[in-house]
Write a protein that binds this ligand. Structure first.
Ligand SMILES: N[C@@H](CCC(=O)N[C@@H](CS)C(=O)NCC(=O)O)C(=O)O
Length: 190
């Protein structure tokens, strides 16, 4: 399995997930400076020309959330996702999609000081924080004591925010992010 990777990219999220799965994989370094992510051979893997991308034999996966869901299915022994048909499955899928469709763009608006137009399909950052606080409940993770790929996707967004120099400002969420960062295989930016 090959992870197309740059340490200053969202590929660190996919790497975190691979490590939590205990997967064996090869890192393929991609230079943004050299434009390797826009090279024809890379566009055959991810037509968007972005990181992360994963190749597993004849399978290619792009988009961080898709990679995390793929890996959770490939490594069931890591127990990082509710099983198909289980009552938690719907909420799990919802949180995975929410991470990139609502939380990430709302955080982007917040960090860039851009107004959030509701017609664009995502909430403002305050709304996203409210939603995550509700879903986190008493924690320690989104599914109580059970750490899942949803924590990788949702948590990595807040870790990302810290890289940009700010915290969520919500004590419950900030304590959650501290817990995620303290995990032995937790996400590292480099
Ligand atoms: N929604 C995508 C976002 C991917 C993305 O924007 N990756 C950035 C790096 S963090 C990238 O490759 N940017 C290079 C470019 O767009 O030219 C995902 O989660 O995979």
């Amino acid at each position: 399995m090959k992870l197309y990777f740059n340490p200053k990219s969202r590929a660190v999220i996919a790497k975190w997930m691979l490590d939590e799965c205990g997967a064996e994989y090869e890192i393929v370094p991609i230079s943004f400076e050299k434009g390797e992510h826009k090279a024809p051979e890379f566009l055959k893997i991810n037509p968007a020309g972005k990181l992360p991308a994963l190749v597993d034999g004849a399978t290619r996966v792009f988009e961080g959330a898709a990679i995390c869901m793929y890996l959770a299915e490939k490594y069931p022994q890591a127990n990082l996702a509710p099983k198909v048909g289980s009552p938690e499955r719907g909420r799990f899928l919802s949180l995975m999609v929410y991470s990139t469709s609502q939380l990430e763009p709302s955080m982007g608006d917040f960090l860039l000081k851009a107004p959030t137009a509701p017609s664009r399909g995502w909430t403002d950052f305050e709304g996203a924080l409210n939603a995550i606080e509700r879903e986190l409940g008493e924690g320690p993770y989104l599914f109580g004591d059970w750490f899942t790929a949803a924590d990788v996707m949702i948590g990595s967004m807040f870790i990302w925010q810290r890289m940009f120099g700010s915290k969520s400002g919500r004590p419950k969420i900030d304590a959650y992010v501290d817990r995620l960062l303290a995990r032995p295989k937790g996400m590292k930016m480099g």
